[in-house]
Ligand binder design. Structure first.
Ligand SMILES: [Zn+2]
Length: 290
């Protein structure tokens, strides 16, 4: 026993001496701590892709303290008009892994783009606690479906009633005890207030369609995804943004929540999305008033 204690003491002393003698020049800035856990969950996203995504912690954290990440990408070309502002979010439901991963792919695409004429704010992981749970969950760490937690009119009555009656109190669709009760939904709400997007694009899975709320012309097709209304729910982002804030909200429902579409399909969805934004959001004439 004594031998062990002495030995341990020697190791500690040696370690302490070594620590003191490390030259400052080889002390590296620590890499971010959030990419490793995220890429362990995201299909087809490498650590290098995450590290080069240029996402930054917003200063707001999830219920369990994970940073809510965002990237601001101003228009890269000189414009005679105010650029169209696009809020692109993914993974509001934590078990829809591809819905976050595809946004990482598009962040990568933007790195290579030399002609971006939109102003983007991009947040690929709105519900990190759900994504990083041992078994990923739709709801956040408080058991709330964030996509039912937005302050649509009459939320106090409609959201709980819809949950009880229409979903039969499905725990995966619990809207929360009050609108904006959750840090993640409050954060998205604040992004909308502060950024004032002209369009919101929210990525989900696995219904394999496009949905649209708000004024304007819905997209007919992004890649293989066709327009087909999914529905309007009390407290959903589409309901809140599209119908009550008058901001068009496109919901992209990828066809599979676990397996990524092909790279070619990911690229087609992106390209069709840009064309639709240019032809339908930029052309709305809203911009002149801003
Ligand atoms: Zn979803």
């Amino acid at each position: 026993m004594n031998y062990l204690v002495v030995f341990a003491g020697l190791v500690l002393c040696t370690a302490a001496t070594a620590a003191v003698s490390v030259p400052a020049k080889i002390v590296k800035k620590p890499a971010n701590t959030w990419c490793a856990p995220l890429v362990s969950r995201l299909p087809k996203i490498t650590l290098a892709q995450c590290q080069s995504s240029a996402l930054k912690p917003s200063g707001t954290v999830s219920k369990k303290g994970f940073p809510l990440l965002i990237r601001d990408v101003p228009a890269g070309v000189a414009l005679t008009r105010t650029p169209v502002k696009v809020l692109l979010i993914g993974g509001i439901h934590g078990d829809e892994k591809t819905a976050s991963a595809v946004v990482f792919k598009w962040l990568d695409t933007l790195n290579d783009s030399t002609s971006n004429d939109l102003h983007w704010k991009i947040a690929p992981v709105i519900n990190p606690d759900g994504l990083l749970a041992r078994k990923p969950t739709r709801v956040n760490a408080s058991g709330v479906d964030l996509n039912r937690n937005f302050p649509t009119p009459n939320w106090d009555k409609e959201a709980p009633q819809y949950w009880r009656v229409r979903t039969r109190s499905d725990p995966r669709r619990f809207p929360g005890k009050a609108a904006l009760s959750e840090p993640e939904s409050r954060w998205v709400f604040n992004q909308i207030e502060q950024f004032g997007p002209d369009v919101i694009i929210s990525v989900h899975a696995p219904f394999g369609v496009l949905d649209f709320d708000g004024a304007g012309t819905p997209p007919s097709k992004f890649g293989r995804l066709l327009f087909n209304r999914v529905g309007v729910y009390p407290g959903s982002l589409g309901n809140y943004g599209g119908l009550h804030k008058d901001i068009p909200v496109v919901t992209i429902e990828l066809p599979n929540s676990q397996q990524m579409p092909s790279d070619a399909e990911v690229a087609r969805i992106w390209k069709d999305m840009l064309v639709w934004v240019e032809n339908n959001v930029a052309a709305q004439g809203k911009l002149a008033a801003k």
